[in-house]
Write a protein that binds this ligand. Structure first.
Ligand code: FES
Ligand code: FES
Length: 152
């Protein structure tokens, strides 16, 4: 039995501790924000926060998340009180198919935390590991910069 905190709630799951976290989030906890893309730490679609840091949940064994704080897209904001970056994604219409969007938002939110003065070059560098096959990168960068300026 593994115990962890997900989106502020203590949960227990009876899953092999070597199971990648993304399977536990999606299959056992019905949190479908994180997407399984490459499964090899190369696309960023599965990004979640672990103790406030952006990590690839396809590569983190469940056992390493025990006793730690996991935040998924569902815990970043609520429909009533979205995170500023979630609002900026809507304002900029920064999604097409949406498959990469979870990772873009989770990576971007960790990147701009307490960094209102972040530059576009720093955003580009910080987001370079998040791939989008639809070509939304310019809109994603605009959304991240906009949210950063608002002090996200
Ligand atoms: S699914 Fe995890 S990085 Fe691609
Ligand atoms: S919006 Fe389709 S992969 Fe990015």
């Amino acid at each position: 039995m593994a115990r962890l905190t997900v989106n502020g709630r203590g949960v227990e799951v009876d899953v092999d501790p070597s199971t990648p976290l993304i399977y536990v989030l999606r299959n056992d906890l019905a949190l479908n924000g994180p997407k399984l893309g490459c499964g090899r730490a190369q696309c960023g679609a599965c990004t979640v926060h672990l103790d406030g840091q952006a990590i690839r949940s396809c590569q983190l064994p469940l056992g390493e998340a025990e006793g730690r704080q996991v935040t998924t897209l569902e815990g970043l904001g609520t429909p009533e009180r979205p995170h500023p970056l979630q609002e900026a994604f809507l304002a900029e219409q920064a999604a097409q198919c949406g498959y990469c969007t979870n990772g873009m938002i989770m990576q971007g939110a960790a990147l701009i935390q307490d960094q209102p003065g972040i530059t576009e070059a720093e955003v580009l560098e910080g987001m370079r590991g998040n791939l989008c096959r639809c070509g939304t990168q310019p809109r994603v960068v605009r959304a991240v910069m906009s949210a950063a300026r608002k002090g996200a």
